[in-house]
Write a protein that binds this ligand. Structure first.
Ligand code: IMP
Ligand code: MG
Length: 171
């Protein structure tokens, strides 16, 4: 186990996730939403966030090619699993763990916009703004972070550490 340093504790994450859930509840008052999680990193964020949203909600999931065992994005996004249902006319909230270069989100946004949703929003737990290569931003963002590689709360390094309750920096 490398020497992991806590960046955000489980308590800090819980407070912020509750705030985002309340914001989404206000923004879509009375309307149904579909939460589309990006596997696998967003699974824990989606499960906590969804329980802080007081709206008629459904889940869907998509999977895209990962970084493999490297810390760098190859620059290529490949769809591994599409949504199960059409997003046409629906209030879609794409739930992602980290917005980094923006390549993944740009690709997924185009894909979902082709369904003609009623609304499209991005909820990203973390935002590495300084790394952005694509003109895309989160509508709901948990924390802005510097250019560090993080794990925990669903996020991995070579598939490990997803189950850590806190978000930690890999040295
Ligand atoms: P992007 O296409 O460069 O924005 O890549 C976003 C994806 O890269 C996220 O969904 C994460 O899965 C992954 N990623 C980026 N930074 C980190 C990190 O620090 N830790 C773990 N995964 C990361
Ligand atoms: Mg991811």
């Amino acid at each position: 186990m490398p020497d992991l340093k806590v960046l955000f504790s489980r308590e800090q994450i819980a407070v912020r996730v509750a705030e985002i859930g309340a914001q989404i509840t206000r923004d879509f008052q009375g309307e149904p939403v579909v939460l589309v999680g990006v596997l696998k990193g967003a699974a824990i964020f989606l499960s906590d966030l969804s329980r802080q949203i007081q709206l008629d909600s459904t889940f869907d999931f998509i999977a895209v090619s990962s970084y493999g065992n490297q810390k760098q994005n190859s620059g290529e996004v490949k769809l591994q699993k599409d949504v199960d249902q059409s997003m046409e006319g629906r209030n879609v909230i794409l739930v992602e763990d980290i917005l980094d270069t923006g390549l993944t989100m740009m690709y997924l946004k185009k894909m979902i916009m082709a369904h003609r949703p009623k609304a499209f929003r991005i909820a990203a737990l973390l935002d590495k703004k300084c790394r952005r290569q694509q003109p895309i931003q989160a509508d709901y963002s948990g924390f802005e972070i510097p250019d560090e590689f993080v794990v925990g709360y669903g996020m991995d390094y070579a598939e490990r550490y997803r189950n850590l309750p806190d978000i930690c920096i890999v040295p």
